[in-house]
Design a protein around this ligand. Structure first.
Ligand SMILES: [Zn+2]
Ligand SMILES: [Zn+2]
Length: 183
């Protein structure tokens, strides 16, 4: 795969670089960090005080005219705003198969969101796991019942911390059947 990471607004460089390194290694992919884009304010829901993740992806994909589906070239948006998807209070990330893009929000991955001491390495670990999880969906994987697999559904940061940043053997096998070479 060739993954393009697009920061939305201001994202710490260390997080982007860690994502780049880890994604290229774990997903056996080429990764490029593109220039940051502005937060699309029309995706903001004033009533919820959150951004609509699907709208963000749609707006940005239209702007960058990257609207073509190529199963080997996902976009990964990284934002530091609280995001939601209809029917859910919040989400850590989302994959949009129509736009060929994924988004993760680091806002709720931060310790300080839960009134805990900020910790960059924990934030990086969580961001990497969420990015790999969403890209796993992009590659066609569903949620996995193995508790340590990165494709395990994680509704809280505690759940994210418990799992690994890698796919279990079953998920790796499924990826190989889909033509992805993940070691
Ligand atoms: Zn998921
Ligand atoms: Zn799995």
């Amino acid at each position: 795969m060739y993954i393009r990471i697009i920061p939305i607004g201001n994202i710490p460089r260390k997080i982007l670089e860690a994502l780049s390194t880890e994604l290229s290694e774990i997903l056996n992919s080429r990764v490029k960090i593109l220039d940051s884009v502005k937060v699309p304010h029309d995706a903001y829901n004033h009533w919820r005080k959150q951004y609509d993740a699907k709208k963000i992806i749609q707006n940005l994909s239209e702007l960058s005219q990257t609207k073509f589906i190529d199963k080997s070239m996902p976009l990964l948006y990284v934002i530091d705003e609280d995001i939601y998807f209809s029917g859910l209070n919040f989400i850590f990330g989302l994959e949009d198969p129509i736009q060929g893009a994924c988004i993760i929000s680091i806002t709720r991955l931060r310790n300080e969101f839960y009134d805990l001491k900020p910790n960059l390495s924990i934030l990086i670990e969580r961001s990497v796991k969420e990015a790999i999880h969403e890209l796993g969906h992009f590659m066609g994987l569903e949620h996995c019942s193995h508790p340590f697999c990165v494709m395990c559904f994680s509704p809280s940061v505690g759940d994210i911390d418990r799992k690994q940043k890698d796919f279990c053997r079953d998920c790796k096998y499924k990826l190989s059947l889909k033509g992805y070479k993940i070691e």
